[in-house]
Design a protein around this ligand. Structure first.
Ligand SMILES: CC(C)(COP(=O)(O)OP(=O)(O)OC[C@H]1O[C@@H](n2cnc3c(N)ncnc32)[C@H](O)[C@@H]1OP(=O)(O)O)[C@@H](O)C(=O)NCCC(=O)NCCS
Length: 170
């Protein structure tokens, strides 16, 4: 019992969460491509969304490697409309998965959404992506619906998941 609590504490990795910069995009694409089960966006889509879409925000998680050099280990990209924020994509470097980095990124996205009065956060996820579904359930997202054949390569249905974060939920 004592040992497992100690391991749980050791595994959490504190990252710096900051807004994405232009020079970060290639590394973001590398991280996304390292997860083979995901549908991959085109390189052009990443550049357009991050550089040109004023309603899209992106954060990266950065740690220092063994030489003290900053290394990007995760990202989240999300989009605002009037009162809704949609998580477009979130991924963590495979080598650093399950170290608490996704949680730090998602927390930052939810907080930024609330600051913009987007009190509903939505996302789509492949029905087979059980790790990600568990991750979202941990934030109290709920399954609000489904989209048939939403994904390609391979074709698959999506769950639509939603989280309500009212202005008074602090
Ligand atoms: C989903 C993802 C972003 C989670 O990031 P992460 O840094 O690995 O997750 P965290 O370490 O912050 O985990 C937080 C909690 O989520 C849940 N979780 C995360 N990964 C899980 C897994 N593989 N299996 C079961 N639960 C998991 C756990 O409850 C975990 O808490 P715990 O470790 O204390 O049990 C990451 O696994 C990832 O990049 N996956 C590939 C990309 C992807 O599928 N993105 C979603 C697209 S819709």
């Amino acid at each position: 019992m004592r040992k497992s609590r100690k391991n749980a504490v050791m595994k959490a990795l504190q990252a710096r969460i900051r807004k994405v910069a232009r020079g970060d995009i290639d590394r973001i694409i590398d991280i996304e491509r390292s997860w083979h089960h995901l549908s991959h966006w085109s390189i052009d889509s990443y550049y357009r969304l991050i550089n040109e879409d004023n309603f899209t925000q992106s954060f990266i998680a950065e740690i220092d490697d063994e030489h003290g050099v900053p290394k990007i280990v995760g990202f989240v990209i999300f989009h605002f409309t009037i009162d809704v924020s949609e998580i477009y994509n979130i991924a963590v470097d495979t080598a650093h998965a399950r170290s608490g980095i996704g949680k730090q990124l998602m927390t930052a996205a939810i907080e930024a959404s609330r600051r913009n009065h987007a009190y509903r956060v939505t996302l789509e996820v492949r029905k087979s992506n059980t790790p990600a579904i568990n991750f979202y359930l941990g934030f109290k997202f709920r399954v609000a619906g489904e989209r048939r054949n939403y994904y390609s390569n391979p074709m698959e249905d999506a769950y639509v998941m939603e989280l309500e974060t009212g202005p008074d939920s602090d």
